[in-house]
Design a protein. Structure first.
Length: 108
């Protein structure tokens, strides 16, 4: 008679198959996710995308984790333009009153 903790060969085979499926499915899912993210990246150029895809598929789990970690997201524009700067004023800000060049030379 088998106790409650005893496992049969059929149970062991089921557990091995389940673990194998999980061990293959998780890295595969991460690779597919990273691949989609890389291909949809508007900020990367073609050679960079190719290099990232090679990293993801040649180093399955590690490559996908690295690609997902360094992914850049496009920044949304705030929708408000900054205030226009006074382009005619190229003098630095001063704490005191401004003096003309004549005043400067007259003081010497």
């Amino acid at each position: 008679m088998l106790g409650p903790m005893a496992t049969t060969a059929k149970d062991k085979a089921f557990m091995e198959i389940t673990l194998t499926i999980v061990a293959v499915a998780i890295p595969l899912w991460l690779n597919v996710w990273a691949t989609r993210m890389i291909l949809q990246d508007a900020l990367s150029e073609r050679p960079q995308k190719i290099a990232q895809l090679l990293l993801v598929w040649l180093l399955p789990l590690l490559g996908a984790i690295v690609a997902l970690a360094v992914h850049r997201k496009e920044e949304k524009a705030p929708g408000v333009y900054p205030a226009e700067k006074d382009l005619n004023n190229d003098l630095p800000a001063s704490n005191g009153p401004l003096r003309s060049m004549r005043e400067v030379f007259d003081d010497d």
